[in-house]
Design a protein around this ligand. Sequence first.
Ligand code: NAP
Length: 286
Amino acid sequence: MSEKILVTGATGKFGRELVRGLLANDLDVKAGTRSPDRARELFGDRVEVVELDYHRAETYDASVQWADRLLLTPPPFDPDAYETLRSFLDWAVASGTRHVVLLSAMGVDRVQELALWKLERQLEEVGVDHTILRPNLYMQNFGPGFLAEEIRNEGRVSLPAGSAAVSFVDVRDVAGVAHQALVGEEHFGLAHTLTGPRALTMTEAAGILSEVTGRTIRYQPIEEEGMRTFLEDRGWTEGRIETALGLFGSIREGARAPVTDTVSSILGRPAIPFETYARENRGCWD
Ligand SMILES: NC(=O)c1ccc[n+]([C@@H]2O[C@H](COP(=O)([O-])OP(=O)(O)OC[C@H]3O[C@@H](n4cnc5c(N)ncnc54)[C@H](OP(=O)(O)O)[C@@H]3O)[C@@H](O)[C@H]2O)c1
């Protein structure tokens, strides 16, 4: 009988790719989400959807009691992710989950007070088979959201990223690696840093977007304070803003530039280049 796999954060950028890939292989998967209606829109009736909110322990049982394996998605930029997910993780392990794949992030090992770093250590201590994925920034961050809006309206990408390069990874490659980790045992105990095939400065990324759209799109480096104001205006909490600014600091220091060959060695094909992502998603920036 096939393993039962619970994907948390199922409607997120990563979760939806993973669920689709698992379903395409006829695996036994449940989609855990705070938005069951949205999940049904995305996946139709091909998957059982369970309501799951890390902040509501009464939603835990319906998802974890069933699962042999768990893909754990921390909420993005959540400075309290460790406290929030720790109880969910303990609950899952106590309920019989035997393997946990954690969606962490590239470079968390550099800043040991980060919630994701503490979660990684917790996972090692909790006494369950586990795999840690540390992807670099997704190419899909240029897709629907505030960056795409600015590109469409202003022909500009404004970020406090300095002139450093980033080895963006396509989220489909991250989902592909997670898929492999969830269906076998060979990734137990491993931590994988996942990047795209090459590092691009924001100016180079904007140049590729210009080429595929036929419009001029330029990168505008901004100060950290500009980003802070932008996020404050969107109602972000101080803690989330600090976490996001920490990420941009690590980009400016060059910590997001290294390239690994982990995606290609696990998937047996080259990692998806930014040019391919951009061509396939041209419509986002028209
Ligand atoms: N974006 C990147 O470039 C990137 C790169 C490397 C690592 N990561 C890591 O990946 C993680 C997810 O980031 P993302 O960019 O993929 O975000 P995302 O697209 O917003 O997906 C995150 C998902 O987490 C789920 N979630 C949020 N709060 C929750 C809660 N209280 N209870 C249950 N589920 C909750 C939501 O799923 P539902 O809406 O379905 O409930 C949400 O869609 C983050 O920890 C981030 O550090 C992201």
